[in-house]
Design a protein. Structure first.
Length: 425
């Protein structure tokens, strides 16, 4: 019989794991806005390099559902713990190798090709990471506190982003522009190897989820679908669609406020990298504040009302983009970033409980992971690219309308869902 994990131990392990994985992911996002284009793509024009960097950024989001299906299969068939160790290794190895990859000037077109392969590897790893971490916490949470404990893997992105951006701030401060573009940007990628070792030590000490073990024992005498993803789409396709669309607002808010805004601030508003990264580091604290607040509120009043409120406010926030980000002053930009990232955390917090709750145990890993990552394709994979195109077409107001439209999609999805707070896992 499997020994039960303490909820605190699982929460800590899930938080550390997701923080490391998202650190790896955000390191690339920041680098894409600053140096990936000039380093890995032909020097046709700065605009073409930026668009190519954002396309490469989006590749990982296309890989994430593949990772969800792959790791979700093993997570639902073999176990949560073993699969989460594998996701951490895939992400860590891919990230470290990006830091060691020669640029276009050294190996020509092989550089962007290998970059795309490694970025795909990052997407595979993260595609299997979040769902497993979230449901491991949900399956071990005390009665009535799934929202609160499900918040811990949700805090991983805030901390991962803060560490990634903080490291880039230190590098931008300590190095001149030539040093940073030549080799300094590689340090966060290579540092990932150290963090992965830490994450592996923590995760290897966990026991398998007792809910999963009990379900496996009972199903040994029954007919089981050999491929969980087939059972998922045969029986629960509506839930996948609802969960995916509910996630769109989180992704759109985050990546417009970080990747696109960073690129726009540095290249168009001519704010220094260091100053804009400092603003983002401050703004992400608002995201970290909103995440536990909304998770706690979802345990008290339900997932649905909290997410409806957050999505409605996010829809309104799109109209703030042009006057605040376009205003060009440090205070206006900082306020815009704080609003968007606060709302991102507010809509993100309850998802650690909601997505595991809507799927049965035998397809929970696959279902939660796919919903989370399909939402990423819709809300984030093309967001910086589309925003870059929209700003050239109609200016910042059009980008704001894009944010509002993404929030409206999630609002309608949440309205169509049932409350899950009192459901048994």
């Amino acid at each position: 019989m499997t020994t039960a994990n303490s909820p605190a131990r699982v929460a800590t392990a899930s938080f550390i794991g997701t923080a490391i994985e998202f650190f790896d992911f955000y390191v690339f996002a920041t680098a894409a806005a600053l140096v990936i284009g000039p380093t890995f793509f032909p020097k046709e024009s700065s605009s073409a390099q930026t668009l190519n960097a954002f396309i490469t950024f989006g590749i990982a989001f296309l890989a994430r559902p593949v990772g969800s299906a792959l790791f979700g299969h093993f997570g639902d068939r073999v176990g949560r713990k073993t699969t989460l160790v594998a996701t951490l290794l895939v992400m860590g190895i891919s990230t470290t190798l990006i830091g060691l990859l020669p640029g276009y000037d050294s190996i020509g077109m092989l550089a962007p090709i290998l970059l795309c392969v490694l970025r795909f590897g990052q997407g595979l790893g993260l595609g299997g990471e979040w769902g497993g971490a979230a449901l491991l916490v949900a399956e071990n949470a005390p009665e009535g506190k799934r929202g609160w404990f499900g918040m811990f893997p949700q805090m991983g992105p805030s901390v991962g982003f803060l560490c990634a951006n903080g490291l880039f701030v230190l590098l931008a401060t300590g190095l001149n522009d030539g040093q940073f573009k030549s080799w300094g940007w590689r340090i966060p990628f290579i540092f990932s190897a150290v963090l992965v070792v830490v994450g592996l030590v923590v995760r290897l000490k966990l026991n398998e989820s007792t809910i999963f073990t009990e379900t496996q024992r009972k199903s040994q005498t029954a007919n089981r679908t050999p491929v969980p993803i087939l059972a998922l789409f045969q029986r629960h396709s509506k839930l996948v669609l609802q969960g995916s669309l509910a996630m769109v607002v989180c992704y759109a808010l985050f990546y417009i406020a970080t990747v696109f805004s960073l690129s726009y601030g540095v290249n168009t508003l001519h704010i220094s990298k260091q100053e804009f990264l400092n603003l983002l580091c401050i703004a992400v604290f608002f995201m970290a504040l909103a995440t536990p607040l909304s998770a706690w509120a979802s345990d008290r009043w339900g997932r649905r009302p909290v997410l409806i409120l957050g999505s409605a406010l996010a829809c309104a926030s799109g109209f703030c983009m042009a006057p605040l980000l376009g205003g060009g002053t440090v205070w206006q930009i900082g306020l815009f970033l704080a609003i968007e990232l606060f709302l991102m955390g507010f809509t993100f917090g309850p998802m650690g409980a909601l997505l595991p709750e809507i799927f049965p145990t035998e397809v929970r890993y696959t279902g939660a992971s796919l919903s989370y990552n399909i939402g990423g394709i819709i809300g984030a994979s093309i967001a910086p690219f589309v925003a870059q195109m929209l700003v050239g077409y109609g200016g910042l107001p059009c980008v704001g309308y894009y944010v509002s439209g993404a929030a409206l999609i999630s609002l309608l999805a949440v309205v169509s869902m049932q409350e899950t707070r009192h459901l048994s896992l």
